[in-house]
Design a protein around this ligand. Structure first.
Ligand SMILES: NC(=O)c1ccc[n+]([C@@H]2O[C@H](COP(=O)([O-])OP(=O)(O)OC[C@H]3O[C@@H](n4cnc5c(N)ncnc54)[C@H](O)[C@@H]3O)[C@@H](O)[C@H]2O)c1
Length: 347
């Protein structure tokens, strides 16, 4: 039984009002069954471009927001990566449901802390993995889950993007180890999520890592070749780099199955480039949404309205969370294990 009635508006507070926080706020604003009741950021309100949200109450810290006698149901955490899990625990302690931007935390242990609190307090945690809504992702899920492509032999994920000094600004959180976490957390966790969603967990991780163009701008590697086996059969590789000159090259997934092969590419895994499967005709897919726009930096799919719809529908008992906290944790766990290999390599 849902705690909400069919006609209730779900009340949201957004913590962190940068690029993505404003996108959450806009999507809440535009959803008929939602209400934006508070915004929160450590920066002064005037610097944040919050004019579209009128006189929505603004708070300077999550502690202040939670201490006030303001009625709301959901906290959307849109702050730098390294703050997510601790802020999530604070919000769960205040009996709020949560939408947490990726990643839920920067370690499996931190994510476990969030899940423990959520279970204890009977609250929902929605992880933001909006690329799952892209039509090619939905199609891949169908052909893999229903074995249309047969057994999995090989999966190759390539993530080749450009992130240079125009992106890593001095004094920002991106590139800083304890706030960003690394290239796989900030740039490529959506693609690891798609791989995990389709093929499940991995083992026998091996890797080779390098830092070609980010020695002065980030605390971590910018590139890697990683290989592994899937627990459910088949082997995979993840090749990634943010050292691509000039602009993004691609994010792609190639799947070799026992009944055929497919490749989905484009800048953010948004275009079916190849499909050849025994006795199968490729259906017409809906157009993908454009990527999130960070000036010259195109990012992952601009599908955040689906996230807010999914929160409303789940809290009203109509459906289930598209990406639950355990799935959010598994992506963090896989990245943490890849980075353990990187650290062992003495990179
Ligand atoms: N789902 C996606 O496709 C997607 C895309 C981009 C970013 N993100 C994620 O969204 C999060 C934010 O990224 P962004 O690009 O919007 O960054 P951003 O720097 O534009 O915004 C972060 C905001 O958080 C604020 N902040 C910092 N510390 C705070 C605190 N203690 N309490 C409240 N506010 C605080 C900052 O002042 C800033 O306004 C990151 O976790 C990032 O990984 C997700």
């Amino acid at each position: 039984m849902s705690e909400f009635k069919e006609n209730d508006k779900i009340k949201f507070a957004v913590v962190g009002c940068g690029h993505i926080g404003k996108r959450h706020a806009t999507m809440i604003f535009n959803n008929n069954e939602s209400e934006l009741v508070a915004l929160c950021d450590v920066k002064p309100k005037e610097e944040l471009g919050l004019e579209p949200f009128g006189d929505t109450p603004f708070f300077s810290s999550i502690e202040e927001l939670l201490a006030r006698d303001l009625a709301f149901d959901v906290v959307n955490i849109c702050t730098p990566n390294g703050l997510h899990s601790d802020q999530a625990v604070l919000a769960l302690d205040a009996s709020k449901h949560l939408v947490v931007e990726k990643p839920i935390g920067l370690s499996k242990a931190k994510c476990e802390g969030v899940i423990y609190k959520a279970l204890r307090n009977h609250k929902q945690v929605f992880a933001v993995m909006q690329n799952r809504y892209s039509p090619p992702s939905v199609w891949l899920k169908d052909i893999v889950e229903n074995k249309i492509i047969g057994d999995t032999f090989m999966v190759q994920v390539n993530c080749y993007w450009n992130r240079d000094d125009r992106y890593y600004k001095k004094g920002g959180w991106k590139g800083v180890q304890n706030l960003d976490g690394g290239t796989l957390f900030t740039q490529f966790s959506h693609f690891i999520d798609i791989m995990y969603w389709l093929f499940g967990d991995v083992k026998n991780i091996k890797g080779k890592f390098g830092d070609f163009t980010h020695k002065d701008s980030t605390d971590f590697e910018d590139s890697g070749f990683v290989s592994f086996d899937f627990l459910d059969g088949g082997m995979g590789s993840l090749n990634y780099s943010t050292a691509v000159w000039g602009q993004n090259l691609e994010s792609s997934i190639t799947i070799i199955g026992s009944k055929g092969s497919v490749k989905v590419g484009g800048q953010y895994m948004n275009e079916v480039e190849y499909c050849h499967i025994d006795g199968y005709e490729m259906p017409e897919l809906a157009e993908s949404n454009p990527p999130n726009d960070y000036g010259q930096y195109k990012g992952s799919a601009a599908n955040h309205h689906y996230i807010i719809e999914n929160v409303v529908d789940t809290l009203k008992g109509r459906t289930r969370a598209t990406t639950n906290a355990l799935e959010g944790l598994k992506v963090v766990d896989i990245i943490e294990r890849i980075y353990a290999v990187r650290d062992e390599e003495g990179y």
